[in-house]
Design a protein. Structure first.
Length: 249
């Protein structure tokens, strides 16, 4: 399990997502969070993964089959998706999805009627706020993060959705329970799959004219980042991760 998944698991713990619950995973993509929730809710619960991209839904269905999980249903649609169980659900969960909504508060408001009274809406969002040790220069780290930041900006994402989570969840019918922030911390001796992340988004980076395959040199990227931290005995806060949940009154 990677560091980001650990943060999601802690949010699910604190939001009370557990056995027997029926949960909507909004913007489920290829199903990583859906499978995480499906294992939690068990055979007496059910997960409804919703995404607007049919290709992502097919990947999610395949992942569920490969994992031997049958308590999932994947549905094409958006925040206002209609299905029989809508209105009776125990929870809605989303990861890195509000940041892509033009109006995050409106998006959350569209979900309130999906859950029963007392149900929970929880979101995990990343924030590109820059936090660094000004006494230690890490130019390669800064350059790689600038690629990701510019990609998200050009794609219309809210780079500071984390700081906007409380506001987004403060819509009619919901009471915010907690907002928590954590950081992905890279130390001189730790590892983090930056290379895999950059490899997965490299076509987008190239399409947007942000960088080139030669400049990235993805095969050596993790080693070069680790060497930079090690040579400077530096710790880097790679990104901030915010988790928040609200309860329907």
């Amino acid at each position: 399990m990677n560091h980001v998944d650990e943060m999601t698991e802690r949010m699910l713990d604190d939001a009370g997502i557990g056995p027997g619950m029926r949960v909507l995973d909004i913007g489920c993509g290829p199903g990583a969070v859906s499978l995480m929730i499906a294992r939690r809710v068990g055979g007496t619960g059910h997960v409804f993964g919703v995404d607007q991209n049919p290709q992502m839904l097919e990947l999610a269905r395949r992942a569920a089959r490969d994992a031997g999980l049958s308590n999932l249903t994947f549905i094409e649609g958006g925040f206002d998706v209609a299905f029989t169980e809508r209105g009776t659900l125990d929870a809605v969960v989303g990861r890195r999805v509000l940041m892509y909504q033009p109006d995050a508060s409106l998006a959350v408001a569209q979900l309130v009627d999906a859950i029963r009274p007392g149900g929970v809406i929880a979101f995990h969002e990343h924030d590109m706020v820059a936090i660094s040790d000004s006494s230690t220069a890490l130019p390669l780290h800064d350059r790689v993060r600038s690629w990701l930041r510019e990609m998200l900006r050009l794609e219309g994402a809210n780079l500071h959705m984390g700081f906007g989570l409380h506001s987004a969840l403060s819509v009619g019918g919901l009471a915010v329970q907690r907002v928590r922030a954590e950081a992905n911390v890279l130390t001189p001796t730790s590892t983090y799959p930056v290379g895999a992340i950059i490899r997965s988004v490299l076509p987008r980076l190239q399409h947007l004219g942000i960088t080139t395959e030669a400049e990235v040199d993805v095969a050596t990227l993790d080693a070069r980042l680790a060497a930079e931290r090690r040579e400077r005995n530096a710790t880097c806060l790679w990104e901030m991760v915010f988790c928040a949940w609200a309860r329907k009154q």
